[in-house]
Design a protein around this ligand. Structure first.
Ligand SMILES: [Zn+2]
Ligand SMILES: [Zn+2]
Length: 273
């Protein structure tokens, strides 16, 4: 049995994930994970990026589907979550939207930045004459601004825009330290997102040294596979558990009805092999 809930799972409603919700639950149960959160991509106004998310008129059905699933799987703790995009111009919309449904947790993602290649995911950036440090700085300033709105519970995939061989930590340590302070001030957690292990970058978000610095600075963690298919639930979970429970002060967070509970775990020295 796993003590780490999987707090980041999508559904076919975002149009780039597949499988039924029941299949995601079944994979979790097979892995011994007994707490999960569906956190599908929430809607944005003006049809923004509608190709990769549910529309505003689809949210009601999503919420109902997740709630109904609890009756079907009483042994599984199923949280109703949402992955919300932070875009400064839509803060008002988001505030209203998040109050309209009984969410257990809200992930914050910065997938788009104004002035970057329009309509493209933030990690697809290409600039002819900007340093990597400058790019990371701008991204993190938007992330921090999002945190400071107080609208969210968890920051998802913090170093989503990293490029292979160019980790954020050596270039923008100060900005990251400010983010850790902002997270604590807002009672928010930092996500360890394992989906990077199935992508070209081949490591979780954030990179281990960055995650460890966050923990050292007193930031609580959540864990998410960012599954877009049932077989991706709990991806890289054993490695993640071994790493997390081997930390000097492993602190994680659980959520319920948007309340954070901090859990101080004990360090375990795992025998490998
Ligand atoms: Zn997605
Ligand atoms: Zn996601």
């Amino acid at each position: 049995m796993s003590r780490l809930p999987d707090y980041h799972m999508h559904t076919a409603r975002c149009k780039h994930a597949r499988g039924s919700l029941a299949e995601y639950v079944q994979t979790a149960a097979e892995l011994g994970i007994y707490e999960i959160a569906f956190t599908d991509h929430g809607p944005l106004p003006d049809g923004y990026d509608l190709a990769h998310r549910m529309g505003p008129d689809e949210t009601e059905a999503y919420v109902q589907e997740v709630i109904d699933l609890r009756r079907q799987f009483p042994e599984m703790k199923i949280l109703l979550g949402i992955e919300a995009d932070y875009l400064p111009e839509y803060t008002r919309f988001l505030d209203d939207f998040l109050k309209s449904y009984p969410f257990d947790l809200v992930l914050m993602s910065v997938h788009f930045i104004e002035g970057w290649s329009a309509g493209n995911w933030v990690f697809e950036y290409h600039f002819d004459s900007r340093t990597q440090q400058d790019i990371y700085r701008e991204y993190l300033s938007v992330v921090r601004q999002g945190i400071e709105t107080g609208l969210f519970d968890v920051v998802a995939h913090l170093d989503l825009i990293k490029r292979p061989g160019t980790p954020l930590l050596p270039l923008v340590q100060n900005e990251l330290l400010l983010i850790f302070e902002a997270l604590k001030a807002q009672n928010m957690a930092l996500e360890i997102n394992t989906s990077g292990t199935r992508k070209a970058i081949a490591e979780p978000y954030p990179a281990r040294p960055l995650a460890e610095l966050a923990v050292k600075n007193g930031v609580a963690l959540t864990f998410g596979s960012d599954a877009h298919a049932p077989e991706q639930v709990g991806l890289f979970w054993t490695e993640t558990e071994n790493w997390f429970f081997g930390l000097p002060k492993p602190v994680r967070a659980e959520f319920n009805q948007r309340r954070m509970r901090v859990i101080k775990e004990e360090t375990k020295h795992v025998r490998l092999g």
